[in-house]
Ligand binder design. Structure first.
Ligand SMILES: Cc1cc2nc3c(=O)[nH]c(=O)nc-3n(C[C@H](O)[C@H](O)[C@H](O)COP(=O)(O)O)c2cc1C
Ligand SMILES: CC(C)CC(=O)C(=O)O
Length: 357
């Protein structure tokens, strides 16, 4: 008897999403996929890349392009990082352990969410050599926030990513309709453990620049501010000793109708003027998206849902495949653009289309 053909490997991030959707509980799929309000920003993040065209150069004699990058907080073998996303155990039983091993295999940086379902110490222990950063929603109880910072330091995290676009938690219609408000069966936000209890994550509108100043006093880790969309905030961040910025709208999950991240990137890059690296997340699904973001001023991008789709489709192996797919796509697009290194992309290589394709 002939063995049946194995299912073909997904050939792009969007196919991984379809494969993950098949396997995940529909309520959990919706949690991962969904956005705030009418999901206008969620859709805009992806479609904005579709309004940009790449303008390649020819005959530049480029051999294998150079993909590696160095950031305050560590280096990576490619300009694609793992954005912090919560609750990986909903996508795979190994959860964040699997993601961290995938990041270690692909030699890129994983930003571990405060809301991870595996404690940051256990994530680090599961993936020796993984390059981890720790994401924080500043908790108004600064003594507890400081405990979190010490834990991240002790676990070997290379940077603190402070998410500033969540003074309150954005309402996601899909979760409301599905009644998804709690983690199921024994899963917890393990970083919030405090003795015998698990604290709730507090989203506080009282958090201000003073808290960022305080963080820079209590840790020598580089502080990366995630969720900046206004050029004035980018400049204020630099005044507060922030080491890098992530232009992010939380994957369209917080304030709906804010612009697509790639559309505000040039303004933020201009405001920062090279004083600190600017990263971007939101809607990156192809290697060509990565090139566009880098050309418009990003030092690197991060991907949120794509890694979750890899994890949901095939655990650690799926997450590796997604990251390797993106690497291969970046490499091919650089070669086709005649660019020798991710550092050599420039705004002139991107054209804004009057009408989308
Ligand atoms: C399911 C999910 C959970 C997320 N959890 C967090 C989180 O815990 N902390 C955080 O700063 N951002 C969180 N984000 C936002 C991501 O870090 C990132 O900004 C966003 O996913 C990027 O968009 P993309 O999914 O289109 O790549 C989450 C996003 C998703 C989709
Ligand atoms: C549970 C949340 C804290 C994670 C988050 O930021 C999100 O779902 O967008």
């Amino acid at each position: 008897m002939r063995p049946s053909n194995p299912a073909p490997e997904p050939a792009g991030v969007r196919e991984f999403e379809a494969a993950a959707r098949e396997r995940l509980d529909p309520v959990h799929y919706d949690y991962f996929a969904g956005g705030a309000g009418d999901e206008i920003t969620l859709r805009a993040n992806e479609s904005a890349f579709g309004r940009l065209a790449l303008l390649p150069r020819v005959l530049r004699g480029v051999e294998k392009p150079e993909l590696g990058i160095t950031l305050p907080g560590g280096s990576a073998s490619m300009p694609v990082l793992v954005a912090p996303t919560a609750f990986h155990c909903l996508a795979d039983p190994e959860g964040e352990r699997a993601t961290a091993r995938a990041a270690a295999t692909t030699e890129t940086i994983m930003i571990v969410s405060l809301a991870s379902t595996v404690a940051v110490e256990d994530v680090a222990a599961a993936a020796p050599g993984a390059r981890l950063w720790f994401q924080l929603f500043v908790q108004p109880d600064m003594a507890f926030t400081e405990t979190l910072v010490r834990r991240a330091e002790a676990a070997g995290c290379g940077a603190l990513v402070v998410t500033v676009d969540a003074p309150v938690f954005g309402t996601r219609g899909r979760d409301e309709r599905n009644g998804f408000h709690d983690l199921p069966g024994g899963l917890r936000c393990e970083n919030m453990r405090d003795g015998d209890r698990i604290r709730p994550i507090v989203f506080s509108p009282a958090i201000s620049w003073d808290h960022i100043a305080r963080l820079t006093e209590i840790t020598s880790l580089p502080i990366v501010l995630k969720g900046v969309l206004h050029p004035s905030d980018a400049r204020t961040a630099l005044d507060h000793g922030v080491s890098a910025l992530i232009v992010s709208n939380h994957g369209g999950r917080q304030l709906d109708t804010v612009p697509a991240t790639v559309d505000v990137l040039p303004e933020i890059a201009a405001a920062v003027g090279g004083a600190a690296p600017v990263l971007l997340d939101g809607g990156v699904r192809r290697g060509t998206d990565v090139l566009k973001a880098l050309a418009l001023g990003a030092s690197a991008v991060a991907v949120g849902r794509p890694v979750v789709w890899g994890l949901g489709a095939d655990g650690e192996r799926g997450a590796v495949r997604v990251l390797e797919l993106l690497r291969a796509e970046v490499e091919e697009a650089l070669a086709l653009c005649g660019v020798a290194s991710v550092h050599d992309l420039e705004p002139g290589m991107v054209r804004r289309l009057r009408r989308p394709w």
